[in-house]
Design a protein around this ligand. Structure first.
Ligand code: NAP
Length: 351
């Protein structure tokens, strides 16, 4: 059977911005027969994520991420439906997901590497398993729980950068749910600011592309900052950290502003900001969601419950078609998304 797949066409270079043309679509022949333990799946939705920028380099700079190879199929979060199965625990019609789903319209996969999901958890919105009720949701929830030190009733102010994206939009809402009295988002457009305050319940939002971030933050956080969910790093984070209170906490989720620069992860703070951090005893510990696998199952149930109760609002930006994986990735890396950027590969989840 002939299917389509997306391979890495070229590398952007350690200091280059990724573009859609770094990927190309090609046709590929899928083997006709399954081996024992394998399943044939049809891809429904694929995820594009910032960490993939590191996989585009020859050396990803981290031990838990392997680089994509030139001319080889790319992979990442994906969900699909089982069309044929030679795996004991999976049957035709099951919905399955994986962090290592190949960017293909169909694939033959080892059933042991797949996780069966229950569509009821997401009220049938299967793509949510790649966002709010999946890895980004778990990142926000576990990150806030493990590194945020939020204690309800103690009048804490939380700031979130990258606030209108997949993790940020959830982290701010979770901050409120766990007891922060004030949540302020930082993002790149007025439309996103309005989305945060009018739809997600953020108390204020700052557009980092217009005006002075430090000044806007001072106005939005009159009592200083107690918890900072950092998705971006760089100048934005330097401005936030400078306004953090004593004994406050940074949740070091990601540093997207630095991913196309050849710097170590996490990038060290500039000396003056590091001095402030030390003087005020502000914690900034590395956080990787994959280190908390034992918390995934209860985390998914919690996120699903909040979603069903209407306490966690979920937003997606949906691109369409395998041929648009590269376009969607470039768009997400440059702020084209509100909420989670997803690519719909096949809309039909029936067999
Ligand atoms: P996302 O926020 O949905 O998308 C990326 C967003 O980053 C864009 O929409 C853009 O929004 C913003 N951005 C891009 N370049 C920027 C820059 N130079 N300065 C400021 N903002 C910039 O992506 P996500 O999947 O939720 O990931 C967010 C962060 O979490 C990333 O750093 C990612 O690596 C990290 N992460 C960490 C873990 C973990 O285990 N620690 C797991 C998942 C994700 P604007 O319009 O606001 O610029």
């Amino acid at each position: 059977m002939i299917i389509q797949r997306v391979v890495l066409n070229s590398r952007p270079g350690k200091n280059g911005n990724p573009v859609a043309e770094n990927f190309r679509v090609e046709e590929f022949s899928l083997p006709d027969a399954l081996n024992e333990g394998q399943v044939q799946v049809r891809t429904l939705y694929l995820s594009v994520d910032p960490y993939m920028r590191c996989k585009m380099n020859e050396d990803t700079g981290t031990d838990y991420l392997a680089p994509w190879q030139l001319a080889q199929v790319a992979d990442g979060g994906g969900i699909g439906v089982v069309e044929e199965s030679k795996h004991q625990k999976l049957t035709k019609g099951d919905f399955v997901t994986s962090f290592y789903w190949p960017w293909q319209t169909k694939a033959i996969l080892d059933g042991n590497g797949l996780e069966k999901v229950d569509p009821q958890l997401v009220d049938g919105h299967l793509s949510y398993f790649l966002g709010a009720i999946g890895m980004p949701g778990l990142t926000s929830l576990i990150g806030v729980q493990e590194k945020g030190h939020i204690s309800a009733g103690s009048n804490q102010t939380m700031v979130v950068s990258g606030a209108a994206g997949a993790c940020g939009s959830l982290a701010g809402q979770i901050g409120h749910l766990l007891g922060c009295s004030r949540v302020v988002g930082i993002c790149g457009t007025q439309e996103k600011c309005l989305f945060l305050t009018s739809e997600l319940g953020f108390d204020a939002a700052v557009n980092y592309k217009t005006g002075n971030v430090a000044e806007q933050l001072r106005e939005a956080c009159p009592g200083g900052v107690d918890v900072y969910f950092d998705n971006v790093g760089g100048d934005i984070s330097n401005a936030v950290i400078s306004q953090m209170n004593e004994n406050s906490h940074i949740i070091l989720c990601g540093q997207i502003s630095q991913y196309s620069n050849d710097v170590p992860y996490p990038p060290p703070l500039p000396p003056a900001v590091e001095a402030i951090r030390k003087e005020r005893n502000i914690t900034r510990e590395r956080f990787t969601v994959l280190n908390y696998k034992d918390k995934f199952e209860p985390g998914i149930l919690q996120l699903s419950q909040w979603f069903k109760e209407g306490k966690l609002k979920v937003k997606e930006t949906m691109a369409k078609g395998l041929e648009n994986m590269g376009v969607a990735f470039q768009s997400m890396m440059t702020g084209g998304n509100v909420g989670k950027q997803i690519v719909c590969i096949s809309e039909d989840s029936s067999l």
